[in-house]
Design a protein around this ligand. Structure first.
Ligand SMILES: Nc1ncnc2c1ncn2[C@@H]1O[C@H](COP(=O)(O)OP(=O)(O)OP(=O)(O)O)[C@@H](O)[C@H]1O
Ligand code: SF4
Ligand SMILES: [Mg+2]
Length: 318
């Protein structure tokens, strides 16, 4: 499981720190698929990189982050020793780039297995590598092939097998289906879902793609300006949105020939360090009223989900 408590993440620059994520309370249960969804620049990858221990050295933090029972961020201290690349792994947008072109898939899998499970006999290392290939639905023949001898889809599968070699508990997949055709997109998502179930993994899946989110998610977390604005069980959130931001995102989806990608809604998300006062969405919200400009709404339970919006807060009082 992954839990953050009032987590802040920013990037240091010449004039100070631009805080991207502020006071994030995220709770991802063990063994579910959680989709982080939101427009470009909302902080999805920043959250994903924090969970996978891949923030750059000039990142600054506050609050706490717990990954699989280990406190990895505590105030301004980060400690991912024994966690990064082992307990939690990241699958990037182009997972195939993780493959070494000069080594066969079998050599790469075996090296990873030996690193994480020293003491295994060579026979067991090979068996484990073949098992991983079978888990990602690749044949034994792939063991002796070089990456350039595989199709794009096979390379992705091999890279996913490599990511699984340390037997992680948490996988962060950052846009793993973007830039793929519809067939491959669903093939990759199906594979990740199958592995998540079989291995009882916690999968944090970052995507712009609502159709994939609807397909794969157990939990939806909508992020705006580094904050959770709506959170709940999928696919209901993505069918009947509560927060005005999610409502506009879904309305902006192209209706015909839709690839179900999030289209732009009027205006731009604010840049880190320039977040507005009050509700961070207020300059773009069609329902804005005075309180929205002054005070930031708390996130509250509204029916089957959590929503950060004064409209819901005020309704909850009546
Ligand atoms: N390594 C970094 N150094 C400095 N600023 C960064 C860094 N990574 C992200 N940012 C800034 O943080 C903000 C959020 O970026 P992030 O990549 O987390 O968003 P995102 O939601 O993943 O966007 P996208 O959908 O485009 O991938 C952006 O303003 C971005 O410029
Ligand atoms: S708090 Fe106000 S501005 Fe923010 S989403 Fe709700 S109605 Fe819109
Ligand atoms: Mg990103």
């Amino acid at each position: 499981m992954v839990r953050s408590e009032e987590l802040g993440i920013g990037y240091e620059h010449d004039e100070g720190v631009a805080w991207v994520v502020e006071d994030l309370d995220l709770e991802v249960e063990h063994g579910v698929v959680t989709c982080l969804i939101g427009e470009s620049g909302c902080g999805k990858s920043t959250i994903g990189n924090a969970i996978s221990g891949l923030l750059p050295p000039y990142a600054r933090t506050y609050g706490r982050l717990v990954v699989a029972d280990r406190v990895v961020i505590d105030g301004d201290k980060m400690n991912f020793t024994g966690v990064r690349g082992k307990v939690v792994v990241r699958i990037a947008q182009d997972p195939a780039s993780a493959l070494n072109p000069y080594l066969t898939i079998g050599e790469q899998l075996s090296t990873a297995i030996r690193t994480h499970f020293p003491g295994l006999s060579e026979h067991d290392v090979r068996s484990k590598a073949l098992e991983l290939l079978s888990d990602v639905m690749l044949g034994e023949d792939v063991y002796d092939r070089y990456p350039h001898q595989l199709s794009g889809g096979m390379k992705r599968r091999a890279a996913i097998a490599l990511a699984l070699a340390p037997e992680p508990e948490v996988i962060v997949a950052d846009e793993p289906t973007s830039a793929l055709d519809a067939y491959l997109k669903y093939a990759v998502a199906s594979l990740l879902k199958k592995l998540q179930r079989e291995w009882e993994l916690t999968l944090v899946f970052i995507t712009h793609d609502v159709s994939i989110a609807r397909y794969i998610c157990d939990q939806v977390v909508v992020v705006y300006a580094g904050r959770i604005v709506e959170e709940g069980a999928s696919p209901r959130c993505l069918e009947s949105p509560s927060h005005p931001y999610l409502e506009l995102l879904l309305k902006a989806l192209p209706k015909r020939f839709s690839k179900d990608r999030l289209a732009d809604i009027p205006g731009m998300p604010p840049r880190p360090g320039m977040y507005p006062t009050g509700c961070k969405f207020h300059p773009r919200c069609p329902y804005v009223f005075e309180r929205c400009r002054q005070e930031e709404p708390p996130i509250i339970k509204a029916g089957d989900r959590l929503v950060r919006c004064w409209r819901y807060y005020e309704q909850s009082l009546t």
